[in-house]
Design a protein around this ligand. Structure first.
Ligand code: FNR
Length: 187
């Protein structure tokens, strides 16, 4: 089995975020051949063309970009806000496509999966659906399965994750690692 590197990016800045915990759990249950890292978006300023012109690409964006470029697989773990992805995640994706020639080497054909958790129903399905428009623009190689965790407060309580949740995540990350090993479905 070849070695793979995976990066899960949480779309929540909250220190007690369910989505960041979900990303960490994915890392815990990933197959042994995966070097799995978790990133957050803390420290990324709001995109502002004046800021870009005056100061260039912020360090936090550059650092995240390097981690994405090194990843054989990218998992965006997104909360759902008002049936869409949070602004901080969209903002990070926007920065990561600047300057324009960086879009393709950062995202083009990169095996990418969508995951998300919510205390509510529907498991962030609307946020993931809205993200598809952006991911298509970025040219990623999209994993056809989606990880949608509803009622997460019960499944990921203070006692930790339920065995059922761990099992669901283990299967998801294992299938995604196979997709990445195959180059994201490319010939
Ligand atoms: C939410 N939440 C939410 N949940 C959902 O399932 N569908 C939704 O449309 C929304 N909308 C929404 C808007 C705003 C502004 C907030 C702050 C929250 C609830 C959300 O899923 C919950 O706060 C999660 O705990 C956020 O994810 P993290 O921070 O725990 O990862």
């Amino acid at each position: 089995m070849s070695q793979l590197s995976m990066l899960a990016v949480s779309g929540s800045l909250r220190s007690a975020s369910f989505n960041t915990r979900l990303a960490q759990l994915l890392a815990e249950v990933a197959p042994a051949n995966c070097r799995f890292e978790v990133a957050t978006l803390n420290g990324i300023p709001l995109y502002d063309g004046d800021l870009e012109e005056a100061e260039g690409i912020p360090e936090a964006v550059d650092a995240l970009r390097q981690r994405i470029k090194q990843a054989d697989g990218l998992i965006l773990v997104t909360p759902e806000y008002n049936a869409g992805m949070p602004g901080v995640l969209k903002n990070a994706l926007d920065w990561l496509t600047r300057p324009g020639e960086e879009m393709r080497p950062t995202f083009g054909h990169r095996p990418t999966a969508l995951a998300g958790a919510t205390p509510g129903a529907w498991g962030t399905a609307f946020a993931q659906a809205s993200a598809l428009i952006n991911l298509r623009q970025l040219g990623v190689s999209l994993f056809p399965d989606y990880l949608r965790i509803s009622g997460v407060a019960e499944k990921l309580g203070e006692d930790g994750a339920s065995e059922e949740l761990r099992d669901q995540l283990r299967k998801f990350v294992s299938r995604f690692s196979e997709f990445c090993a195959a180059g994201g479905g490319r010939d």
